[in-house]
Design a protein around this ligand. Structure first.
Ligand code: PLP
Length: 378
């Protein structure tokens, strides 16, 4: 069945005991057993919960994956995936990785004996020169945060596989509606469901999807053994968000195009970063591996950091906030906000950069708001 249909129906059978059309929030920590060891598939809610099962089945289906595991946050999901490695294994991450992923790799895993290299993944040559005998995992984001760099997932996955490494894709920015990394050859997909999948700024969550049976079993072990699991209510919120993912993504993409048109026209704007622009370096790859170009737009203004901070403070509808991917539009200054922890690292971002998460309000209202904010700097 098609994506839109699977988003609404997969994993979500009517409740067998009442006929309730929606999967209930199973707010229970434990489950009654008929006799010792004889139960209906659930024993304790860290290990398993029916609301979580519904979410896991639905999201795995949307990623064209056999297995799915939900976590308490995107970083908890990333942490579980990195725990598939053994000390000494070398990790390659994008040189403009999500700030929290960079911090997890550089400040949690590296000190525990997992060396890493930040690499410009748009270049297979750069990937080849960073490669070591111990390289066991290549982490991809596409489009990246906040530079919206697009990398060739199929090419990097086969490069990694030829050398015996795993290819992991953080698919948070694209969502499975726009891009399905497992179908492109990636081994594992990671999500922050906090963003587009939840889509309403009301929940923090994470997700991992994959096909490999053994690794899925190890991840399920880690989910239970480490215990960073989402509550039944949080699972239910993400499920509710996912039901409208397709229609929301269509509107995010259309509104982003309207915003990009304004930015291209406005004299205060210097560079516009959006994979949908033909001059964007990753445009051809994006056209090949994505259905559309997403709702994230980054740009710089003439006048550097000072101008950027003024624009970020001057919008009224675009709220000044971290995070992204929800129905309401957000504006932020990566150098001082989401990427502040990368300030003195190779991942530091241009202080003139502004990032927009374009919501699903009326395009005309978004364009008017951004225009009045840009007019304040000329
Ligand atoms: C937000 C985000 C994460 C981390 O997710 P949390 O839910 O905040 O832990 C990881 N990757 C990307 C691309 C993100 O935007």
């Amino acid at each position: 069945m098609e994506f839109e249909t699977r988003a609404i129906h997969d994993g979500q059978e009517p409740d067998p005991s009442t006929g309730a059309i929606l999967t209930p929030i199973y707010a229970t920590s434990t489950y009654v057993q008929d006799e010792v060891g004889k139960h209906k598939g659930y024993e304790y809610s860290r290990t398993g919960n029916p609301t979580r099962t519904a979410l896991q089945e639905c999201l795995a289906s949307l990623e064209n994956a056999k297995h799915g595991l939900a976590f308490a946050s995107g970083l908890a999901a990333s942490d579980a995936v990195l725990r598939l490695l053994l000390p000494g294994d070398h990790i390659v991450i994008p040189d403009d990785a999500y700030g929290g992923t960079y911090r997890l790799v550089a400040r949690v895993f590296e000190p525990a004996g997992f060396p890493y290299s930040p690499v410009d993944m748009t270049s297979l040559d750069a990937l080849a020169s960073a490669w070591r005998d111990e390289t066991k995992l290549v982490w991809i984001e596409s489009p990246t945060n906040p530079m919206l760099t697009v990398v060739d997932i199929a090419a990097i996955a086969s490069f990694a596989h030829e050398r015996g490494a795993l290819c992991v894709v953080d698919n948070t920015f694209a969502t499975p509606y726009l891009q399905q990394p497992i179908s492109l050859g990636a081994d594992i997909v990671v999500h922050s469901t906090t963003k587009y999948l939840g889509g309403h700024s009301d929940v923090v969550g994470g997700f991992v999807a994959l096909n490999d049976e053994e690794r899925a079993a190890r991840l399920a072990f880690l989910q239970n053994a480490v215990g960073a699991v989402p509550s039944p209510f949080d699972c239910w919120l993400v499920l509710r968000g996912v039901r409208t993912l397709a229609i929301r993504m269509e509107k995010h993409c259309a509104n982003a195009r309207a915003v990009v048109d304004l930015l291209l026209d406005h004299p205060a704007v210097d560079r516009v970063l959006y994979p949908g622009l033909p001059e964007h370096l990753g445009h051809d790859v994006a056209t090949k591996q994505m259905r559309d170009f997403g709702g994230m737009v980054s740009f710089t203004c003439h006048g550097g950091e000072e101008a950027a901070l003024r624009v970020a403070a001057a919008t009224k509808l675009f709220a000044l906030a971290e995070s992204l991917g929800a129905v309401e539009s957000l504006i932020e200054h990566p150098a001082k906000m989401t990427h502040a922890s990368a300030a003195d690292s190779p991942l530091a971002v241009d202080p003139a950069l502004i990032r927009l998460s374009v919501g699903i309000e009326a395009a005309s209202d978004l364009v008017d708001d951004l225009k009045q904010a840009l007019d304040t700097i000329g």
